[in-house]
Design a binder for this molecule. Sequence first.
Ligand SMILES: Cc1cc2nc3c(=O)[nH]c(=O)nc-3n(C[C@H](O)[C@H](O)[C@H](O)COP(=O)(O)OP(=O)(O)OC[C@H]3O[C@@H](n4cnc5c(N)ncnc54)[C@H](O)[C@@H]3O)c2cc1C
Length: 504
Amino acid sequence: MQSQVIVIGGGPVGMFLACELAEYGVRTLVVEAENAVSGRPKATTLHARTVQCLVRRGHLGGLLDVGAPGAAGRVSSPFHFAGIPGLAVSAPASEPEPILKCPQDELERSFERRARAAGARILRGHRAVEVRQDTTGVQVTVDGPGGRTHCTADYLVGADGARSTVREQAGITSRTYPATVSAMAGDVRLDDPDALRPGWHRTPRGWIVAKDAPGGVTRLRTLNCEGAHGARHQPLTLGELRREVAYIAGRDIAMTSPRWLSRFSDFSRLADSYRAGRILLAGDAAHLHFPIGGQGLSTGLLDAVGLGWKLAFTVLGTAGEGLLDTYDRERRPAAQRVIDNTRAQLAVMRPDPGLDPLRALFAELLAGGGESALLGAMISAQDTVLPARTAAASPWEGRFLYNVALTTREGRTDVIGLLRAGRPLLLLFGEPGGSRLEQAGERYEQLRVVHAEPVPELACDALLVRPDGYIAWAPGGEDLRSALSAYLGGGTRDGDPVASVSAG
Ligand SMILES: Cc1cc2nc3c(=O)[nH]c(=O)nc-3n(C[C@H](O)[C@H](O)[C@H](O)COP(=O)(O)OP(=O)(O)OC[C@H]3O[C@@H](n4cnc5c(N)ncnc54)[C@H](O)[C@@H]3O)c2cc1C
């Protein structure tokens, strides 16, 4: 069966994107080099905006509790900035708790199950070796156990990680920031478990982060700011890790039974474009940064959230002209912001005693709460406001619509529940919404139209909400008809009735 989209790379970002595309009815093929999900410890943190978006797309069930719609106040989770504790990341109480702790491999397995259930074809044990495109489509050469094959599709997404073959073959250049520090990671057994207590340890020579892992294992990370690794891709040995820990700690700490030893650094990269014709990039293939604050996975999944519906509408022929180009405009600045904040955190982490007053100042600001709100919103990507499409946009446009409670003729519902089906949501407050419906026109069968009682805090008669939860349009700027055209194009068939779906 001919695919409409090929996703190269079935890591978390590729598999999540495949779920989205397949659930919209796009014929999707995932090409993944590995035979199975790796058990290697990676991300364990999902930040608030990612959690909020994933919940709206019907994921993370069973892993978290969502606050009651309309619940007042805020909920918060403790976090850190540059290793300095005291950062409170908060979100409205009607949303899930801001930080979800969940091992990356568990998420990957759940995305893969759901992508398969939705009909995505997943070719594990196959590696893409060549990618080409022309005006009609993309062609991929794939090496697998049965030899070399060729696949074609309308579009291709490179979700193939930091050393992306797709990025390279598509000729997409990047801005890079050279490594300035050397860091190591590994799971080991400490001969004396009390020799290094769990936590973040800073000394005049660097940082050691120790965490308890299952089975009496200690998960170690080291940071040495005296320079980059000499041989970045040389395998790390237990002896080297032990020497580095001893150097930073100022004493030997005996360790055995190494697993998952690796080097990392602050080498950072941002692709100059997330799109080259019919080829798009998402996740680590598009951006890379120092892993402080656990923002890599969250940022990549937000790429997939933003790309999924736009690409699906494009492939299915129901997207506004240029909708797919907004992916780059929205997501590249978000990645730049993450790169910048990780560089800022690393600057504060350098163990130079001259920076002690700066660290003390940050600790004071975090304890004071005010800066904590700003930094918490930044780390969790809740400060994201999408660029306005027109000069005369309403101030609501581009903002995320939090989970408000809605009362409809059929009963009570909320934003999270209404977005689950993945359709743009037209909320009409009060009666009867006739002129808005007229502007929506008969073309937009993709809309979910919900009539609800006015919501005091929204103070408007209508809102158009994108499947990813951001407000696409609100009264006060251009008219609804123009916004709908930008998102959904000329519609499907003239004369179709609007799908007016009752809430509940
Ligand atoms: C030790 C470590 C700790 C981390 N901790 C955190 C954290 O706490 N929080 C956080 O948010 N992030 C963390 N990260 C980063 C996070 O793991 C990545 O951001 C995330 O894995 C990116 O997902 P991805 O799908 O874009 O890329 P990847 O996970 O790299 O997946 C890419 C996939 O593409 C496949 N592939 C590559 N080339 C090809 C090809 N040519 N053909 C077919 N398949 C191909 C690979 O096999 C792989 O499965 C950590 C990373 C590491 C290494």
